[in-house]
Design a protein around this ligand. Structure first.
Ligand code: GLN
Length: 239
C-alpha cells in the first residue's frame, strides 16, 4: 500500500521535477523488491511449514524448557507468526554462529535475539525490529571493573559470533574468550577464568539472578555500548 501511494505522488509532479522521475524509479524498485520478497516467502512456505532456527541458550528469549523443547519469547513470537500465516512452525535449535549461513537452506528464518548489523545485512535481510537491547557487563561479585578503561587488557568471555564478541574484540589489549553457550562463559566468570562477560541485557539479568551473590551486572551504556535492535533474519533478496 505504501509503495502505491509513493508512486502516485511521484507521478503527480513528474512534468516539473526531475527528482520525481528518480522517485518513481525508486518506488518501482521498491515494488519489485516487495514482489520478490513475497515470492520467496510463498516459496518457503509452500510445504506448509515454517522452519525457524534458534539457539536456545539465550533466556528469556530462547531456552530449553523442562520438556526438552525450545521455549521463550522468540519461540512464542515465531509460533504466532506461523499461526497468522497458516503454516506449522518447526524450531531447529543450532549454534548461534551457524544461523546466518543456514538461512535459505536448513532454515527459512532465524529468530534468536539477533541484532541487526551492517555485516549481517550483507548475507541476510532483517524484518522490522521487535526489541531494543544493549550489551551488559557481567562481573564477579567483588570485581572493581566499572568503566570502559577498566576492561582494557582483560579476558572477556562472550558467546561466539555475537555482538558481545564483536565489542570484546574491539577493546584495547583485551582477549575475547568465546563459548558456544553463554552459560559456560558465566561459569568461567564464577570460576575466575575470565574477568568479565559481555552479553545482552535480558540474558545478563537472568544469569544475575541464577548466580545470585556470585555475580553482578552493569549496564553497557556505562561502558559506551550502543543500543541494539533485534529482528528476524530472512533470506537475502534485495541487492
Ligand atoms: N544479540 C546478540 C547478537 O545478535 C546475541 C544474540 C544471541 O546470543 N542469541 O549477536
Amino acid at each position: 500500500t505504501v509503495t502505491t501511494t509513493e508512486t502516485t505522488e511521484a507521478e503527480a509532479d513528474t512534468t516539473t521535477d526531475g527528482a520525481a522521475v528518480e522517485e518513481t524509479a525508486e518506488a518501482a524498485d521498491a515494488a519489485e523488491e516487495t514482489a520478490d520478497t513475497e515470492a520467496a516467502v510463498s516459496e518457503a512456505l509452500a510445504d506448509g511449514m515454517l522452519t525457524a532456527g534458534t539457539n536456545a541458550e539465550f533466556p528469556p528469549f530462547e531456552y530449553v524448557g523442562d520438556d526438552g523443547e525450545a521455549d521463550g519469547f522468540d519461540i512464542a513470537l515465531i509460533k504466532a507468526i506461523g499461526e497468522k500465516l497458516g503454516v506449522d512452525v518447526q524450531v531447529d535449535n543450532m549454534e548461534f554462529a551457524s544461523l546466518v549461513s543456514s538461512i535459505g537452506n536448513k532454515i527459512d528464518v532465524a529468530i534468536a535475539g539477533m541484532t541487526i548489523t551492517d555485516e549481517r545485512k550483507e548475507a541476510v535481510d532483517f524484518s522490522e525490529p521487535y526489541y531494543e537491547a544493549v550489551q551488559y557487563v557481567l562481573l564477579p561479585e567483588g570485581s572493581e571493573i566499572a568503566t570502559a578503561e577498566d576492561l582494557k587488557n582483560k579476558t572477556i568471555g562472550c558467546q561466539l559470533g555475537t555482538t558481545g564478541m564483536f565489542l570484546a574484540e574491539d577493546i584495547e589489549g583485551a582477549t575475547a574468550q568465546t563459548y558456544n553457550r553463554a552459560v559456560d562463559a558465566v561459569n568461567d566468570l564464577v570460576n575466575g577464568r575470565v574477568d568479565a562477560v559481555i552479553i545482552d541485557k535480558n540474558p545478563a539479568e537472568v544469569f544475575n539472578t541464577k548466580f545470585e551473590g556470585k555475580v553482578k551486572i552493569i549496564d553497557g551504556a556505562d561502558f559506551g555500548f550502543e543500543a541494539e535492535e533485534y529482528a528476524l533474519s530472512l533470506i537475502h533478496i534485495s541487492e
